[in-house]
Design a protein around this ligand. Sequence first.
Ligand SMILES: Nc1ncnc2c1ncn2[C@@H]1O[C@H](COP(=O)(O)OP(=O)(O)O)[C@@H](O)[C@H]1O
Ligand SMILES: [Mg+2]
Length: 441
Amino acid sequence: MTARSPFARHGLLVRWLRGAWLGWVALVLLLLVMTQVVKPRVGEFMDYWYSVPADSAFVEQAAALRQTREQQAIQSAWITGAAPVALLFLMQLLVAVFARGEELDEEDGEEEAIVVIQPEPVVKKPNPADRTVIRQSVQPTVSPPVAPVASSVPADDSLQLSLEGDGALYIGQGGRYRIDRLLASGGMGSVHKAYDKTLQRDVAIKELDVSLAQDQEQSDRFRQEALALAGLAHPHIVPVYDLVEDNQRFWIVMELLSGGDLEDRIEKNPPTVKVATNIIRAVAEGLAFAHNKGIVHRDIKPMNILFNVDGIPKLVDFGIAKLVQSQQSVVHTREGLSLGSPTYMSPEQVKGKKDIDKRADIYALGVTFYKMLVGEAPFTGDAEEVMRQHMFETPVSPRVSNHAVSLELEAIVIKMLAKNPADRHQSLEEFISALDAIKNT
Ligand SMILES: Nc1ncnc2c1ncn2[C@@H]1O[C@H](COP(=O)(O)OP(=O)(O)O)[C@@H](O)[C@H]1O
Ligand SMILES: [Mg+2]
């Protein structure tokens, strides 16, 4: 499917030269030690060893022998020093050949796992331009500072929020869910790993920030996210299990996706073209399902694509999703809101158009695809600069930095990133057929 250059982004030579850092350090040390330490010391040593009185009959032989021995000593020192350096470079070459071979095998393999499972995500903060922007026409109600979640709420069965004897925080009727630890804190609240005592399994619980929960619009938005998700039962969309509401506090209970997010994956273990294509295709299937139910996600980005324990990618965060048919937000957003994450925002979202449709998601999926293939998004910089580029700049071809991208794949990605929605694929089904057409050639 692709023309591959040995000097592609993760080519053998680059991989070797980058990986052999210990060899480089040893080489510099060798040069320093040999020129600054060994050579002068050998001279001193030889002077001492072969010194004979000037009037001795052996003075000439001693001088000749001294010179020969000095040369031999310096040669042996070079050889002994160079051997470990060469060994280090050779070992790294073997490592690079092995790693490259595995990567090529992976690309050529017919049946390929879509993803590699990663360790559980840690709490993290995205770059400003990657963050979801929720620009409001009306300021949210400012509430007085509220104690952290584990406030001194007495244990009480009638309460949805309770502290039990073990000091852990429980939510839900009868304290069904035990909050274990914070996974991430985002724009609207935080996500915790939790345990469902009834079904005896780990779950993820998204909590609406206490200060936002006081605001009617934000709590409606949160409740509607749960409702939107509940209507979207699909293998590539996170399943929602429960919505807990208590005294103006809100929690969405859903499947725990412990395989990390796509952003991490791109950074730590850049996918091959084939793996990237498989992930995007899977996400496109989930997103197409949402589109066909009339829901536009509006915040497609690698941080909102998570992997479960089996490495299956799933779409999360329908917090700013919108129901298209009725031209009503799923979350009753007011007019004039500008939503999305600058790095992934379509030109029409940047312009603040009201009739955003599924083609905005196709653009954002294109940015995500581009980032997977190239290692970084097509437009970078601060939020305003990125938004200007979305409107006016042409993205650099992904093939410039990744030669493994075929001409056909490049054409698809560039089409997804068209400024005018009419020039993009008009549906994800059309996009998926285009991807499959490459596979079958
Ligand atoms: N089901 C889940 N399992 C594990 N982690 C999750 C889950 N849902 C969300 N997260 C983590 O929490 C972060 C924020 O959740 P998200 O739904 O995207 O809300 P926000 O609106 O704050 O971006 C995600 O990027 C991810 O790291
Ligand atoms: Mg998110």
